[in-house]
Design a protein around this ligand. Structure first.
Ligand SMILES: Cc1cc2nc3c(=O)[nH]c(=O)nc-3n(C[C@H](O)[C@H](O)[C@H](O)COP(=O)(O)O)c2cc1C
Length: 217
């Protein structure tokens, strides 16, 4: 497959067929992730392959995104948080490069994926899967063969809307910068922090489900 096809046609897939992705394909996806650039070439990424719905249900019950309760395979991506360059979150950037490689490789193998960060607090994720404190859970990648063909949705902006030359030109920014209500974001941040740490009783989960963003694919 041409690189362009993977880059321009990959879409998130959240509903999968019953067919399992074979382990050699899973390994090839992980191997692609391991070829990504990492800060100082540390390559301190770790993967937990969750094989079977029961392992994902644990995460869903602890407060993760609703759609994962139907998923059967996923990879939890971890990265060593013992970094000096906190200012630029080296470990998050490194893990993100790993994840994007994995999504593109999966697409080229006909495997659908979704990058998921709607997860419980890191301490909870660590205790569920016995992760040491010096690894941060970065994201979950759900996997499977797509049940439906993914819709191609155009991007929100064109290159000319978001590209600045040499300086951050505020007039250019006006083209895309929707009004951001900072107090609303602060409130949402706080609510999410609290929700991620609450015990998962049905009432809270039902309320949270209502606020969760819903996607077509
Ligand atoms: C950092 C990050 C976190 C995300 N978290 C979630 C999530 O928790 N749940 C979900 O359904 N999709 C999640 N996504 C997928 C995005 O919703 C998706 O990439 C976006 O809607 C664009 O759609 P596309 O991937 O089909 O191009 C996440 C993507 C990224 C990059």
């Amino acid at each position: 497959m041409e690189l362009d096809e993977a880059v321009f046609c990959r879409r998130s897939v959240r509903v999968y067929t019953e067919q399992k992705v074979p382990e050699d394909v899973i390994e090839s996806i992980i191997n692609a992730g391991m070829c990504a650039p990492t800060a100082c070439n540390k390559q301190q990424v770790r993967f937990i392959y969750l094989d079977g719905n029961e392992h994902l249900l644990k995460l869903y019950r602890a407060g993760a995104a609703t759609f994962i309760k139907e998923c059967k395979q996923a990879i939890l991506v971890l990265y060593d948080n013992r970094i000096d360059n906190i200012e630029y979150s080296d470990h998050i950037q490194s893990a993100s490069a790993v994840i994007q490689n994995m999504l593109l490789k999966a697409y080229s193998e006909g495997v659908g994926t979704c990058w998921v960060c709607n997860l419980p607090a890191k301490t909870k994720v660590r205790s569920l899967y016995h992760i040491p404190k010096y690894y941060d859970p970065i994201a979950l990648i759900t996997l499977g063969y797509p049940k439906n063909a993914a819709k191609q949705i155009p991007r929100k902006y064109r290159v000319s809307d978001v590209l600045h030359y040499n300086i951050f030109d505020m007039r250019q920014e006006e083209k895309v910068c929707a009004f951001v209500n900072e107090s609303k974001i602060l409130l949402k941040r706080h609510l999410r922090r609290v929700y991620q740490r609450l015990p998962k009783i049905k009432l809270f989960t039902r309320i949270a489900d209502k606020f969760e963003k819903k996607f077509d694919n």
